[in-house]
Design a protein around this ligand. Structure first.
Ligand SMILES: Nc1ncnc2c1ncn2[C@@H]1O[C@H](COP(=O)(O)OP(=O)(O)O)[C@@H](O)[C@H]1O
Ligand SMILES: [Mg+2]
Length: 252
């Protein structure tokens, strides 16, 4: 479990996260939701130790993350940020290979190559392995970065808006894959989602942020209601049951 306690983040005198408490259960999918600017990406970056918090603590299985060396952390946690920095003259296969760095330090073994092949296949990139990143569509590039994180072979996967640019088939497939990774391999997945229906349909747990604070958090089925979601987004959201699934309606 990752536990966030009293976490705050201040930038140029502006409070971006304010005393955030949250538990991210191991072996589950946790969705971070909330309006634009709520602090979701900031929280993910702080958990990933990409920048220091202004106050509070984050623990992984009871251990303060600040005490874990970056090379050790990279074997436990893989991260795909919201802004994908595209080194354009990199081929898909090489990008996915970067995910093996914490294991191989650049000298790829047969085992690393097998992990790269598995990641390429898992994310439907078999036909694109030799393409340069700047020759891909946004969705293909998104999948290449997720494959890189997968190849890192960590217990924790942190993904900031992984459905960005994905068509509905690839978006649904990605969620189904993440679900399988959690259910069959015990992977712990934390992801920022905008589409409430993906959060409701696929996540176990939700942490809702608004204005840098936790609005609500807990098991999706218990805490995500029409009332809490409407308040979170300041727009009417109704949950309806359709074909046995709860669906968020917000186009009315
Ligand atoms: N580098 C930055 N400089 C100044 N403000 C920032 C910076 N990064 C984020 N912010 C501000 O912090 C708040 C939270 O941002 P972010 O975590 O990206 O939100 P979210 O991912 O929920 O949309 C926003 O108000 C945003 O404008
Ligand atoms: Mg964001």
């Amino acid at each position: 479990m990752i536990t966030v306690a009293g976490l705050s983040f201040t930038l140029a005198g502006k409070t971006i996260l304010n005393a955030v408490d949250a538990s991210l259960p191991a072996g589950k999918i946790t969705a971070l939701i909330g309006p634009n600017g709520a602090g979701k990406s900031t929280l993910l970056k702080l958990i990933a130790q990409q920048m220091p918090a202004s106050g509070g603590a984050i623990t992984l299985s009871g251990r303060d993350l600040r005490g874990i060396r970056p090379d050790q952390l990279a074997r436990r946690m893989a991260v795909v940020g919201q802004q994908l920095e595209v080194a354009s003259r990199v081929r898909v296969r090489d990008l996915v290979g970067f995910g093996r760095w914490p294991h191989s330090q650049g000298r790829l073994t047969a085992q690393d190559h097998a992990a790269i092949d598995a990641a390429l296949a898992q994310f439907g990139l078999d036909d694109l392995t030799d393409r340069f990143l700047d020759e891909l569509s946004g969705g293909q590039r998104q999948r290449a970065f997720i494959a890189m994180a997968y190849a890192q072979d960590t217990d924790w996967l942190l993904l900031d808006e992984p459905l960005n640019n994905l068509d509905l088939n690839h978006a649904r497939n990605l969620m189904a894959q993440l679900r399988r990774l959690a259910d069959t391999r015990g992977k712990s997945i934390v992801l920022v989602l905008h589409d409430l229906n993906y959060a409701i349909s696929w996540a176990d747990h939700v942490v809702a942020l608004a204005g840098g604070r936790v609005a609500f958090a807990g098991p999706v089925a218990e805490v995500a209601t029409g009332e809490t979601l409407s308040a979170l987004y300041q727009t009417p959201v109704a949950l309806r049951e359709i074909e046995g699934r709860r669906i968020a309606c917000y186009h009315g």
